[in-house]
Unconditional design. Structure first.
Ligand SMILES: CC(C)(COP(=O)(O)OP(=O)(O)OC[C@H]1O[C@@H](n2cnc3c(N)ncnc32)[C@H](O)[C@@H]1OP(=O)(O)O)[C@@H](O)C(=O)NCCC(=O)NCCS
Length: 416
């Protein structure tokens, strides 16, 4: 049994942030109806195309398990169809530019009138305030949410991260808001508005950096490498390179083969409890009791020396050997995995995190399956829909249109 079976989602999302949210709901069993502009559909269908005349990976990897309905919501007949959809569905999800739903004639007021139990969920770039009307993309959110100012090295510029925390991160936040609102609706019978602003989601994910901002008032952030290097702290949380965020010093270190392989590196944390094991593994047994190195505090000013010695050792091992040796010793390490290694990793295929999907236009492609595993609601990845693939099915069986009415809708230009 799928957890969200019976929940109908009117999916007005496009690009990445909204589609990641509705894809999750679809994996948990909701019937997600993706409403797209006739002719072109979600702009990502034709962005970064790698196979001629086939939906791009950008689109297919974000829109699994959905049905596609083309509908011109600015056409009069299209508006009538949309009204019927709103009456039938439980949740409307959208990530249009601010004001677009209102301009379409379907703002929150109207939605509530048409279906008071509907949940209307939106991704916007910013919450209410001076920037609320701005259009926002991934890297803008990373910058406005504090991620870029705290990422990178102290002597380099602000840096964005490869993880799409602004788009996919906000989609995740929105999905949680939606299921929470669905839960509340069980007792109130009423819908509500759910908003996830991209800036807010990134700030939430940068929570520990705001923690450090406040800690600065009490003195230098001693676990940051710059402290040991004698570099003064300024007024704001600095970029911490590859330091670990949890107060236990950590760095990325070279492993065997680093000269030719850009990813022959390991993450290595000198967790206090693991110190004796680290010392014996790297051949520095004398450091265990030496007061110059024995305590975390004593080591803070010598992190370059300590990590230098550890790196001398990791450079004699592959990143996987480091993992094999350190794991049984409770030393926290992690290989730097390339996307190629992730794509080829057998266990990720077995758990359904990396999945092969068959698509009629593009053949077989790889995608990321549902990252959250529910024991009683396993997610099956179904290929993304072709543009308008389910038009007739949705209009007839969900919305109850007769054949003659269907013809009128077709003739009106509302769906094609
Ligand atoms: C992503 C974003 C910047 C793209 O902006 P955009 O390309 O200008 O697209 P919009 O969302 O403004 O939509 C464009 C228009 O298409 C219209 N449209 C979309 N689907 C339609 C349909 N099925 N039928 C008719 N019109 C449709 C919209 O109503 C809007 O019209 P309007 O400008 O007259 O109101 C913007 O949507 C945005 O800021 N979204 C919120 C934040 C976000 O999710 N950003 C990350 C995206 S990954």
């Amino acid at each position: 049994m799928e957890a969200l079976k019976g929940i109908k989602v009117l999916d007005f999302t496009h690009v990445q942030s909204g589609p990641t949210c509705t894809q999750l709901l679809a994996w948990f069993g909701a019937d997600v109806i993706k409403v797209e502009r006739p002719g072109s559909g979600d702009p990502t269908r034709s962005q970064l195309m790698d196979v001629p005349n086939a939906d791009s990976l950008y689109f297919t990897m974000l829109n699994h398990n959905k049905r596609s309905l083309t509908l011109n919501t600015k056409n009069e007949t299209g508006k009538q169809v949309l009204e019927r959809l709103i009456k039938k569905c439980d949740v409307l999800v959208e990530n249009f530019a601010p004001g677009a739903m209102e301009r379409m004639g379907f703002g929150w007021e109207q939605i509530q009138q048409i279906n008071p139990s509907m949940i209307m969920a939106s991704v916007k770039g910013f919450g209410p305030g001076p920037y609320e009307d701005c259009k926002v993309y991934e890297n803008v959110a990373q910058c406005a949410g504090g991620a870029a100012s705290t990422t990178g090295f102290i002597d380099g510029p602000p840096t964005v991260t490869g993880a799409q925390i602004g788009d996919s991160g906000t989609g995740l936040h929105l999905a949680l808001g939606i299921v929470t609102a669905l839960f509340q609706r069980q007792s109130t019978g009423k819908g509500q508005r759910v908003l996830a602003a991209m800036q807010d989601s990134v700030i939430n994910l940068c929570r520990v950096k705001l923690r450090d901002q406040q800690r600065l008032a009490a003195g230098p952030l001693e676990e940051y490498s710059q402290h040991g290097e004698g570099i003064k702290f300024g007024e704001t949380t600095p970029r911490a390179g590859n330091d670990s965020g949890g107060g236990q010093p950590g760095r990325i270190l070279k492993c065997k083969g680093w000269e030719n392989d850009p990813n022959a590196y390991t993450y290595f944390i000198t967790q206090a409890a693991a110190w004796p094991n680290i010392c014996s593994a790297i051949g520095k047994a004398s450091w265990v009791d030496d007061p110059e190195y024995a305590t975390p505090k004593a080591r803070l000013t010598k992190l370059n020396e300590v990590f230098g010695a550890i790196e001398d050792w990791t450079m004699t091992k592959t990143k996987f050997e480091v993992m094999q040796i350190c794991n049984p010793l409770d030393i926290p390490v992690g290989p730097i995995l390339s996307m190629k290694e992730i794509a080829e990793e057998k266990t990720l295929r077995e758990t359904g995190t990396i999945v092969e999907v068959e698509h009629p236009e593009r053949g077989t492609y790889l995608t990321v399956g549902c990252p959250v595993k529910l024991s009683a609601s396993p997610a099956q990845v179904v290929r993304s829909p072709l543009l308008g693939e389910h038009n007739e099915e949705i209009l007839k069986s969900l919305l109850g249109y007769e054949d003659s009415e269907l013809e009128d809708i077709l003739n009106s230009g509302a769906i094609s």
